[in-house]
Design a binder for this molecule. Sequence first.
Ligand SMILES: [Zn+2]
Length: 128
Amino acid sequence: MARNSRETDAKAAEEQYIKRMADFLRQGQTLTELACPVCASPLFRLKSGELWCARCEKKVIVVKEETELAKVTSALSLETLEATLLAKIQEIQEKMLHETDVEELQKLGSALSGLLENLERVRKAKRI
Ligand SMILES: [Zn+2]
């Protein structure tokens, strides 16, 4: 069945975003409770102290007055993020069920453990 190309693009962009976020977490950058004012994604605090949106790929300056609102938006986007991670985990699990190639299985396995790690961090961030 042919896929809608716009849907495929959005999916690819989402995967890129998840990948960038996973990379940030792996590098030890901190996931904050603040949300990007543009896309409402949770912001990272880089080791340099700057706030960074992994979706917009931009430095973000959060003004104090917006912090409370940002917290609320961020909680919502963490929910979205958690749902996305869960969906991806399920997708990989299903792929693993039908995959017989050992190399492919290893790739899926490491993707899965990365996602589980991120899920754990998102859940921790939600508790802040
Ligand atoms: Zn953003």
